[in-house]
Design a protein around this ligand. Structure first.
Ligand SMILES: Cc1cc2nc3c(=O)[nH]c(=O)nc-3n(C[C@H](O)[C@H](O)[C@H](O)COP(=O)(O)OP(=O)(O)OC[C@H]3O[C@@H](n4cnc5c(N)ncnc54)[C@H](O)[C@@H]3O)c2cc1C
Ligand SMILES: *[C@@H]1O[C@H](CO)[C@@H](O)[C@H](O)[C@H]1NC(C)=O
Length: 483
């Protein structure tokens, strides 16, 4: 089947998925005559601020995001390995004249190394009656170790960077802050972290420089449909934008946008859920303290989901966060879970339960005097777009024409920023990469679980999540002490 490119494409959302898709479209010869527009609600600042893409509360904006090929799933491990060549600037070294020529330059990518650890055995019994087992943290670490070993078999430079940490002593030595135990894990010295906000800004300027993409500030109130075809959107200010193809890349806001509009059977119920995740930033009070944490690798404990990312050279903050099932925030009774962020409420702080867990991470991983009890400089609830398996959703809507969805980051899409746009456009052209043929496809089966409230049907079970499912944001925010 031949693909005929649309005359106009409208992308809603300018995070990792939306912006990278715009960039890939602007480069692809088959879209040379296509008009490309990106619309984002922005951060509510001045209308004229052309740098306010994406919004400051988007998942794609933060001080840091882990860049790793350490995946329990071999398809994502391979794609992340490819993305890393862009972060390192080794894809086409000849094209690299200055730090500004590649995404990871200018301090945007730091190869600090990454330690992944877990406790206990590979799988736990989820259900004593059915005998079904559930993936857990140790499962994730062991599969991930196997996948990076396989990558190392093809790439001789990777092998020497992988170090098994077979007991608590080895883990303690590799972390280097004096803290930590844990049963088993490994260090991958070829992984690291990226300055997410700076990387997005770098890509935005690249896209703007092509002159091919129009950026519009506005909140999409609804998708406009004629019969079974989406023909564009209506903005909150009443303006309409029309398009042959509308690409929804609104991250954690996707379920409420698409669900509200297309009616029960066409919504994303059971496919996607917004889950709130806690982050804390701890001030570093002396040069000595900064030096101790600045040289540590990223540490990710897959038994608890807790992780610490070292600071940049010129930053005085240590970041601690939790990769968990997260908080859900159903808008009405049984309505879709909707993000609630520091832009909705400037005084929003993380629940006491989350803060206590972050302090537990600091005690385990960075036991420097006074650090774990120090007040956070700031905290944040950042929203994942979760799918049942942790796979992305990159596909046409099954029964609405002119509508394509690129989202479902499930808390791990940032690292793919240099490569995901091209893959999305491949899918738009009907050429889905084989390794993701099923993983990224629209799943209607998930929605079959009628009767249950939508937000309770999506729980990400890829083995990587800490804490427990089903915490309600409003309830947790109302608590004054840890139960
Ligand atoms: C706490 C946290 C830690 C993470 N850690 C990592 C990590 O270490 N490594 C990694 O690889 N990934 C990580 N991720 C995941 C990664 O950041 C996300 O998967 C990715 O950024 C998602 O991008 P997105 O484009 O789907 O969404 P977003 O970046 O949220 O972008 C969505 C955009 O849509 C806009 N929008 C929404 N609704 C509307 C509307 N109605 N009208 C107009 N615009 C709208 C928003 O303003 C926003 O700008 C983490 C995520 C979080 C939250
Ligand atoms: C990971 O968390 C578990 C459970 O709390 C703990 O026993 C272990 O020591 C932690 N490991 C690290 C490296 O912090």
């Amino acid at each position: 089947m031949s693909f005929s490119p649309p005359t106009t494409v409208l992308i809603i959302g300018s995070g990792v998925f939306g912006l990278s898709t715009a960039e890939a479209l602007s480069r692809r010869p088959s879209f040379a005559s296509t008009t490309i527009t990106v619309v984002d609600r922005g951060s509510g600042g001045g209308e004229g601020d052309e740098n306010d893409f994406p919004a400051r509360d988007a998942a794609s904006i933060d001080s840091s995001r882990i860049i790793r090929a350490d995946y329990a799933d071999s398809a994502y491990a391979a794609l992340a390995d490819e993305a890393q060549t862009f972060w390192r600037g080794t894809t086409k070294p000849a094209d690299r004249c200055s730090d500004e020529d590649y995404i990871g330059g200018g301090g945007r990518y730091t190869e600090s190394g990454l330690i992944v650890v877990a406790d206990g055995s590979d799988t736990v019994d989820a259900d004593r009656c059915s005998g079904k087992t559930q993936k857990n943290g140790m499962y994730y670490v062991r599969e991930s170790w196997a996948n990076v070993q396989a990558l190392a078999a093809q790439d001789p430079s990777l092998g020497p960077k992988l170090h098994e940490l077979s007991d608590a002593e080895a883990i303690r030595a590799a972390v280097g802050t004096g803290g930590t135990t844990g049963d088993w894990g490994y260090l991958n010295a070829a992984s690291g972290w990226a300055d997410a906000a700076a990387s997005m800004a770098w890509l935005l300027h690249r896209v703007q420089a092509t002159g091919r993409v129009r950026f519009v500030r506005g909140k999409v109130a609804s998708l406009e449909a004629k019969n079974d075809r989406v023909v564009g959107v209506c903005l909150e200010n009443g303006q309409t934008l029309t398009a042959d193809l509308t690409v929804v890349a609104t991250g954690a806001w996707t379920e409420s946008l698409v669900a509200g509009d297309l009616g029960e059977n066409r919504s994303l119920t059971g496919t996607l859920t917004a889950t709130g995740q806690v982050i804390g930033y701890v001030p570093l009070v002396s040069d000595d303290e900064h030096a101790k944490v600045a040289s540590m690798p990223v540490v990710l404990n897959l038994t608890t989901g807790l992780f610490v990312i070292p600071p940049a050279k010129d930053s005085r903050e240590l970041k601690v966060a939790r990769h968990a099932y997260g908080y859900i925030n159903p808008s009405k009774e049984a309505g879709p879970s909707t993000p609630f962020t520091h832009l909705d409420d400037p005084d929003l702080a993380i629940p006491v339960e989350g803060a206590a867990d972050l302090r537990r991470a600091l005690r385990q991983m960075v036991p420097l005097p006074g650090l774990a009890d120090r007040p956070f400089t700031r905290t944040r609830i950042c929203w994942y777009t979760d799918t049942p398996t942790g796979d992305f959703l990159v596909d046409y809507h099954p029964d609405m024409q002119g509508l394509f969805v690129a989202t479902g980051g499930s808390g791990h899409a940032f690292k793919f920023l240099p490569v995901i746009g091209d893959k999305v456009v491949d899918c738009v052209e009907g050429q889905r990469p084989e390794a993701f043929a099923e993983k990224w496809a629209w799943r209607t089966a998930a929605a079959a679980d009628k009767g249950a409230p939508s937000w309770s049907t999506v729980v990400t079970e890829d083995g990587s999540r800490g804490d427990r499912p089903g915490r309600l944001l409003r309830e947790e925010l109302a608590k004054e002490e840890v139960a």
